[in-house]
Design a protein around this ligand. Structure first.
Ligand SMILES: [Zn+2]
Length: 413
């Protein structure tokens, strides 16, 4: 429907000059802001009418992760306290992200102080006109610091609670390990690595490594304890097809917490596992045609370890559409109390937030297909969404004689 209208609009203006095209781009941009304002208003209305899980349902409707859904809900609530900001968004004078920055910078304030900033900065569009993201944040933060300095101190103290370490893939089989730390700790970590790397480079002990490479090597050594007396064993879980491991198959292997890597790199890890490395291999059976895992059954209510691992391997990340958070819970798709069995078919890997949202009133789910595993989620408003497990690396059709190896492979079912 919207597609048609935009196509109509662009068709009407086709053949116009460059200036008209620029005008059209601005008009569409204004429209996006106005849409964001409308979404915020509707979300707030839903929020007032219902008590739970609005964020999760808004996320599905917007094709976003539940985490983002929570943020959209917070934004919608804030817009009710910031009518001038909402008006600028509606008029296209602010876009959704800049309005979000104003919400973030005033989040620690009382309703009154927040309203003051809303009025001072947004009652006249000229006040923030031409300011970039950073300048808008800085302006709001400076005013917040004047109105309630204690709130900013409390906020800084609370922010410490958000410290964490995360991992995400980088190109070329590299990875970013990121730590969000209080500024003093972060600077200490960096300065410490830099000082020792400078020292090694300066005294010629770094070989032909650059300072950056030495810093990275020191970080790995110190965190994994490789250089200490009793290193802690850690596990890197790899799913690889039998053909890719034993033959010359090139189906990528999957590394938990990272993603796909070329088969050759996984083979290399296995071949060159040193004596100290514990290499464990579990056989998992998959259908050569679809890459779907074959089933396991169990009577226990809690998912037993083997079955839980099976579900982790099959689902890889939270199964809620558009959520790619790591799996924290193995959930009964159809609740155990409603007669849902503890089985691979009725099990799904979910992140903590999605598992919690699904328990709220009015949410229902039902497994509908075993291969590739698919279940259907029905939201309290009656909208349905399907979640299908990703296919595994496909095993060879012809079974290769198993050897005495110790690692993790996918076999043909
Ligand atoms: Zn999730």
């Amino acid at each position: 429907m919207i597609d048609n209208r935009i196509e109509e609009l662009t068709a009407t203006l086709r053949g116009l000059d460059d200036a008209a095209h620029i005008d059209l781009i601005r008009t569409l941009e204004d429209l996006k802001s106005a849409c964001a304002a409308a979404q915020a208003k509707i979300t707030a209305e839903l929020d007032n009418a219902r008590d739970k899980s609005v964020g999760a349902e808004v996320a599905l409707a917007r094709r976003e992760s539940p985490h983002r859904g929570g943020r959209h809900l917070g934004f919608a609530r804030a817009m009710q306290e910031m009518p001038n900001t909402l008006a600028l968004l509606e008029a296209g004078e602010l876009n959704e992200w800049r309005a979000t920055l104003l919400v973030q910078e005033t989040a620690c304030l009382s309703r009154d102080d927040r309203a003051t900033i809303d009025r001072e900065l947004c009652s006249d569009a000229a006040t923030l006109a031409g300011l970039g993201d950073r300048a808008i944040s800085a302006t709001a933060r400076a005013r917040a610091a004047e109105l309630d300095p204690a709130a900013l101190v409390r906020r800084a103290r609370r922010a410490v609670g958000d410290r964490h370490v995360s991992i995400r893939p980088a190109p070329d089989t590299m990875t970013y390990v990121t730590a969000l730390l209080p500024v003093a700790d972060g600077v200490a970590v960096w300065a410490n690595l830099k000082r020792d790397a400078d020292n090694l480079v300066g005294t010629g002990q770094a070989g032909d490594r650059t300072r950056g490479q030495v810093m990275a090597d020191l970080l790995v050594e110190r965190v994994t304890g490789v250089e200490t007396v009793a290193p802690q064993p850690v596990t890197v879980n790899v799913a690889i097809s039998d053909e890719a491991l034993f033959g010359d198959g090139e189906t990528p292997a999957h590394v938990d917490g990272y993603g796909d890597i070329p088969a050759a790199i996984a083979r290399n890890w296995i071949l060159h596992a040193s004596d100290d490395d514990v290499a464990e291999l579990r056989r998992v059976y998959a259908n050569p045609g679809t890459g779907a895992l074959t089933s396991l059954e169990s009577v226990a209510r809690c998912f037993p370890k083997g079955l839980a691992r099976f579900i982790d391997l099959r689902d890889r990340a939270c199964r809620t559409p558009w959520c790619d958070a790591p799996i924290r819970h193995r959930d009964h798709i159809k609740a155990h109390d409603d007669g849902g069995p503890t089985s691979e078919f009725n099990g799904a890997g979910l992140c903590a937030a999605c598992n919690y949202a699904k328990q709220a009133d009015g949410w229902q789910a039902e497994p509908i297909r075993a291969s590739l595993h698919t279940y259907q989620l029905t939201t309290p408003t009656g909208h349905t969404y399907q979640s299908t497990a990703p296919p595994l690396p496909r095993p060879a059709r012809k079974r290769i004689a198993p050897r005495r190896f110790e690692f993790d492979i996918i076999w043909a079912a």
